[in-house]
Design a protein around this ligand. Structure first.
Ligand code: 6PG
Length: 241
């Protein structure tokens, strides 16, 4: 992905602070311009420190009453399951800040995946129109180059007509055979801002392959759009940035 914007922070804590600062700036600009900011949160473990940083700053640090939270993807589990991306955000961000549930749009991972995907897509389009232009999509990077739940060699990767799909996945990275609900590439690429957040030495090899290697090999390389920026720490940069 030549020409990608990359911001490198000293360590994991600095990355969490920097990612929180970046979200805050995007949110303030969106609210000033349109009175609302729509953010799709990433799942996995990386966002936990960023969410904890946002929670530590308190409700007054951002215009939370004007921020609508969505999810870039969800596992096909209920909200109380330890694998739930919503559950992680609820524990680290939503409950600590006492955010209004009416502004938190979770994927019903406990429902039939196709129905859950259709319902979520309908909610997104009802709120944002077509294409559903989110202000910010937060993404992580998996060891196989997946992002959201766009895993290598899965049907969702080539989806161009839908904004949200149920994606059958069979990968050790996803704990075997499962179905994930995910934003599609067109939905992510329609966003005003996309932020990959990746930290730690274990991300260095895949990050270099995605950013500096041949294009078209990894799902994360399909992500483009108006403003795609990578927020990484020095360990993930592996001395290359
Ligand atoms: C998920 C995420 C997924 C995640 C990457 C990185 O549901 O797990 O959407 O794409 O961002 O797998 O995960 P870590 O942050 O745990 O390394």
């Amino acid at each position: 992905m030549p020409g990608s914007n990359v911001r490198t922070f000293a360590d994991g804590d600095a990355l969490a602070r920097g990612a929180a600062d970046d979200l805050a700036a995007i949110a303030r600009t969106a609210v000033d311009a349109r009175g609302v900011c729509h953010v799709a949160l990433a799942g996995g473990s990386t966002p936990k420190r960023m969410f904890a940083e946002l929670a530590a700053r308190g409700r007054d640090a951002l215009p939370w009453s004007r921020i609508e939270l969505w999810f870039g993807d969800e596992r096909t589990v209920g909200p109380d399951h330890p694998d739930s991306n919503y559950g992680m955000a609820r524990a680290t961000l939503i409950e600590p800040l006492g955010l209004d549930a009416a502004r938190v749009h979770r994927v019903r991972g406990e429902d039939d995946p196709e129905l859950a995907a259709r319902d979520y897509e309908r909610a997104l389009v009802d709120a944002l129109g077509t294409p559903p232009v989110l202000d910010l999509v937060l993404l992580g990077l998996g060891p196989d180059g997946h992002t959201a739940s766009l895993f290598p060699a899965t049907p969702a990767l080539d989806e161009t007509a839908r904004w949200v799909v149920a994606n059958p996945v069979d990968s050790p990275v996803a704990k075997g055979k499962t179905v994930r609900i995910t934003l599609t590439v067109p939905a992510i690429n329609a966003a005003r801002h996309v932020r990959f957040v990746a930290g730690g030495a274990d991300k260095a090899a895949i990050l270099a392959a995605v950013l500096d290697g041949p294009p078209g090999r990894y799902p994360a390389q399909r992500i483009g759009g108006a403003d795609v920026t990578w927020l990484i720490d020095a360990a993930a940069a592996g001395g290359t940035r």
